[in-house]
Each structure stands twice: as C-alpha cells, then as structure tokens.
Design a protein around this ligand. Structure first.
Ligand code: AVI
Length: 324
C-alpha cells in the first residue's frame, strides 16, 4: 500500500494484469463474426473522443443522468443513507460522484480503476475539493473479484455505477458482475446504478450516429490504435462506421464495415475482408425498468427506488441486499 502525503488519500495498487492487446485483437479478428473488444476504445485519443461524445446534442445519456442526479441528490441521500462507504468501480475522472458527495456525505469513497495514473490524478483532484472525505483509490480491474479488506468492516457499503456502463456488458456477464458487486457490498449494502432505457429507435439510432461524425471517429480510432500499437496497415478510408438499434436483442450494435475486398496485415497475420464484411466493436444494451430489475434480482439485489427524467430516457436505480 502506498500512502500519499495528504492524510485523506490512500492508494492501493492491486497490480491489475494489463489486457494483451495483440492476443485479443488477433483472436477477435480471426474468429467469425469478427470483433474487437470495446475496452480497447479507451486509449488517450479514444478517451478524448468519448468525452466529446458525452457533450453531443444527440447523445442524451450523460446529460440526462447528470440532471437526474443533480435534481434528486437530496432524496437519493435520504434513501441511500448518509455516512456510507461509497465504492465506484471504473471511476474514471471521478466527475459524476461530485454530484452526490455534498448530499450523501459518505464517510469513505473508494474509486476503482485499472488506469493507475488517471486514478491517482482523479483521486488527488477530488480530495483537494473534498478535504473532509476519506479517499481510498484502488488500482484494480473491476471485473475481477473486489477486495475491500482495508475498509472499516461496520460501515454500510454502497456501490455507484453510473453512465450505463452496465449496458456494455452482455446480459449474462452483467448479472455475474452485479453478483460480485452484491458480494462486496454484503447484506444491508446497496447499489446506485445508471441504466439507459428502451425508447423510440430514432432517438437511439441518432445517439450513436451523430451528424458531426464524432462517434464514427471514436469507432475508427480502434483501427488507428491497432495500426500504431501493433504495426498493422488498416486503411481507415476503407472502413466505415455503422451503428443501429437491434430491436430483437435490445441493443445498439456498433460495427466497422469493409468497403471493399481487402487484406490487412498485423505482424505475421494476414486478415482477408470481403466487401461489406463487418468487425463488431460494441454492444450497448438498453433495458426496460422491469427487465433491469429482473437482472439485478438474479444477482441478489432487491429494487428499492428509482429516478428517471420526464421523458423516461434514462434511469438511476437503487437496489439493496436484504440485511440478514
Ligand atoms: C461507455 N458507454 C456507456 C457508451 C455507450 O453509450 O454504450 C460508449 C459509447 N459508444 C458509442 N458512444 C458511446
């Protein structure tokens, strides 16, 4: 454990194993249907592009969730309870939690992220703005079992998982992940989670096909990243962004479509693409409130309360594990 100078921050490094970019990319591209895991979107350029996406007029998710949290912070605090130990898996820049801290007054905040430097910076900035808050930054892969042995055993544990990041999990993995969260928060613990809702497909299609083409750049940046980090020769002019709502599966699918018959080289591998062939890069599941509650119940949670916006675009849902 590495404790920084400021008394209110501790840094716990679990040395998460970095993903093997080469192995996972080759594996995904050699299997049909071809795919690349969406976790690889987020290099420096990809994170900047995602930040831009969150401000796009068509991408209603971020601003709607933010408005729900802002408007209901006091009620959320009343229902969740003050003085909790607040855990945020995949905390990124720790921005969203700021909307809750004044109302919720948690005793301890545990941001968790795989990106060590990013986590350290975000935790230091947060701690500077909230000197009363005890911050335990944990560098960990949040899809691995979470270890909170450094935390006081008797405080109520609440997980915060905003942004509809749960939508990027396949439903079975989402259930497994929430079951892990349930284990970590334990009996009497809670989970406050942002979940994007099913809606008119025009709104969904537009959110992932913005007119300025930022989402297309975000998608194509994957190929640019493979070129620069894995010495590949994707021609970005020969692939196009394709995103659509798959009604049957209840998800937005993002693909990169080969515009012609072509061969791409990655180290010693040659990958032949037919004209029109796709690389599947992301799924973003949308749920009805009932569907998501059923998923959380399968993971061991009980629905307690939820908040939505006036147009029912997005939801913030609170669940608990019954106390023994
Ligand atoms: C991070 N995640 C919740 C975003 C989403 O909406 O599924 C990622 C994204 N992909 C394209 N635009 C945004």
């Amino acid at each position: 454990m590495n404790i920084s100078n400021a008394t209110s921050i501790a840094f716990h490094d679990y040395h998460p194993k970095p993903a093997d970019f080469f192995v996972e990319v080759i594996d995904g591209l050699l299997h049909r249907p071809r795919s690349i895991p969406p976790k690889f979107f987020y290099n420096e350029r990809g994170s900047q592009l995602f930040e831009q996406i969150t401000g796009l007029p068509e991408y209603y998710l971020t601003r709607t969730e933010q408005a729900i949290l802002e408007k209901n912070a006091e009620e959320i605090a009343r229902i969740v309870g003050r003085n909790c130990l607040l855990i945020e898996p995949g905390s990124g820049n720790c921005e969203k939690v700021r909307l809750l801290l004044d109302a919720l007054q948690p005793q301890t905040y545990v941001p968790m992220d795989i990106s060590r430097d990013h986590l350290r910076k975000a935790a230091i900035n947060l701690s500077a703005d909230y000197p009363w808050l005890d911050v335990h930054a944990s560098c960990i892969d949040f899809t691995q079992p979470l270890d909170l042995s450094f935390c006081p055993p008797d405080s109520q544990r609440v997980a915060f998982f905003p942004g509809s990041s749960i939508g990027n999990f396949e439903p079975d993995s989402a259930t497994r992940f929430l079951a892990q969260v349930a284990d970590v928060v334990g009996p009497g613990g809670g989970m406050l989670i942002g979940v994007d809702l099913k809606k008119d497909r025009c709104i969904l299609d537009a959110a992932y096909n913005d007119t300025t083409g930022v989402t297309a750049q975000f998608n194509l940046n994957l190929l640019q990243r493979i070129n620069s980090e894995l010495n590949a020769d994707f021609d970005l002019n020969h692939f196009t962004h394709h995103a659509f709502y798959n009604e049957h599966k209840g998800r937005i699918e993002m693909h990169l479509i080969s515009q012609l018959r072509q061969a791409v080289h990655i180290e010693q591998h040659t990958i032949e693409f037919a004209k029109g062939e796709s690389i599947h890069t992301e799924n973003s599941y949308k749920y009805t409130i009932e569907e998501f509650q059923a998923l959380a119940i399968r993971a061991g949670f009980v629905p307690v309360y939820l908040w939505t916006d006036a147009d029912a675009l997005f939801s913030v849902q609170y669940f608990e594990i019954p106390a023994c």
